[in-house]
Design a protein around this ligand. Structure first.
Ligand code: ADE
Length: 221
């Protein structure tokens, strides 16, 4: 999968792309992630990307030209263009899974007071990571990259199960334990020590349901 990011702050991405699973996914050629500076598609010496809003008001608005020209250069026939904006469709695990199946995505990160409205016509989908406003689309783009790349087949090791994790089947994950068996008067449930895999499977399913009922009733249909 190829992910191209258009941003005014390319350096924000260097940390997360150079560590852990995202680093390995790139090394193993499962994901190619390119960060592009939107200013590279400007034509004036000051590399201007924003301007005052028509009609007045505070802040600056990202101009359409650099975004359109960047898309002209980066987008191919099979490209999905994703705009990160608080006005977008609310992101969740299902949308992450759908996105992970695309061959090529271009992520457009807004900043300041947002984009010129005409930029919206470039987008196949607008995504919001939640009902709150961040200073820009960079952190939402990182959230999207992180959630999507780990779902690409072969990125997580064989032993790492995507099947059991939270939000699969709209359920939260069951509780997990590791050694020591007893710690500060808290002990590991006996059943997990039983070696009876069928029983453990049933227990985990029950715990998963209990936890979802307690914490996220909205997920249960
Ligand atoms: N840009 C600012 N806030 C955002 C949000 N919640 N989701 C996506 N992009 C954003």
């Amino acid at each position: 999968m190829k992910i191209d990011v258009l941003t005014l702050f390319p350096d924000m991405f260097s940390g997360i792309l150079a560590e852990s699973i995202l680093k390995r996914a790139q090394e193993n050629k499962k994901a190619q992630i390119n960060i592009y500076d939107l200013r590279d598609w400007t034509h004036d010496t000051r590399r201007t990307v924003d301007d005052k809003p028509y009609g007045g008001g505070p802040g600056m608005v990202i101009k359409p030209e650099p975004v359109f020209e960047a898309c002209d250069d980066l987008c191919k026939e099979n490209t999905k263009v994703i705009l990160l904006t608080p006005q977008g469709k609310k992101y969740n695990q299902k949308l992450a899974l759908k996105t992970s199946k695309y061959k090529h995505v271009v992520l457009i990160c807004g900043h300041y007071e947002g984009f010129d409205e005409r930029v919206r016509t470039l987008a196949d989908v607008e995504i919001s990571i939640g009902d709150y406003v961040l200073t820009g689309g960079e952190i939402p783009a990182m959230v999207l990259i992180d959630t999507v790349v780990r779902l690409i087949p072969g990125v997580l090791g064989e032993e790492c199960s995507l099947q059991d994790e939270s939000f699969n089947d709209d359920m939260l994950e069951y509780p997990q334990y590791t050694r020591p068996q007893n710690y500060r008067k808290m002990s590991v449930p006996e059943i997990l020590l039983s070696g009876d895999h069928e029983k453990i499977k049933r227990w985990r399913k029950k715990q998963s349901l209990k936890r979802t009922k307690e914490r996220r009733k909205d997920l249960l249909k």
